[in-house]
Ligand binder design. Structure first.
Ligand code: ZN
Length: 165
């Protein structure tokens, strides 16, 4: 496994549509392992393949809604699609490809995704609150969409400072 460098906004790779994954082989597994390691190292909650320069429909999301004595774990989503959503949440959102920038984005509060796992098996998974936001954000990456396009406005440096107090 290796930490891969994260592509920053301005690179056209982040604006492209990703192709579906068709081969569930060692190369995919290595990509997913590297993405997870890169995600955990960066302290983020989600990472999409184009953010490490790979135009394939693969994302990793850190599930943080776990019981107090439970451990956070990474969900791998290959060729994911949102099949249902419910409710609404409005709040700050950021991205590892736009370090230090945050915007106010409204997302559904509950999202159900159908995807394939690293071996090609289909499954469904539900995300709530931050995880739902993350599913939407990462799936947007696969269509070349970055969160500022979804934001009602970006947060000012003053607001970001206030959040630290
Ligand atoms: Zn992002």
């Amino acid at each position: 496994m290796a930490i891969r460098s994260i592509v920053l906004k301005g690179d056209s790779v982040l604006e492209k549509h990703c192709r579906p994954v068709t081969e569930f082989n060692d190369r995919l597994h290595l990509l997913l392992d590297d993405m997870t390691q890169t995600l955990l190292e960066s302290g983020g909650v989600g990472l999409a393949a184009p953010q490490v320069g790979v135009l394939r429909q693969a994302v990793v999301v850190l599930e943080t809604n776990v019981p107090e004595d439970g451990e956070e774990y990474v969900i791998e989503l290959i060729n994911p699609e949102i099949i249902s959503e419910d409710g609404e949440q409005r709040g700050p959102e950021g991205c590892l490809s736009l370090p230090g920038q945050y915007g106010i984005v409204t997302r559904p509060n509950l999202v159900k995704v159908r995807a394939q796992d690293r071996n090609g098996n289909f499954f469904e998974v539900e995300g709530e609150a931050l995880t739902a936001r993350c599913f939407c954000h990462e799936l947007d990456h696969l269509s070349g969409v970055l969160f500022p396009e979804r934001a009602e406005r970006m947060m000012t440096p003053e607001e970001l400072n206030e959040d630290k107090h």
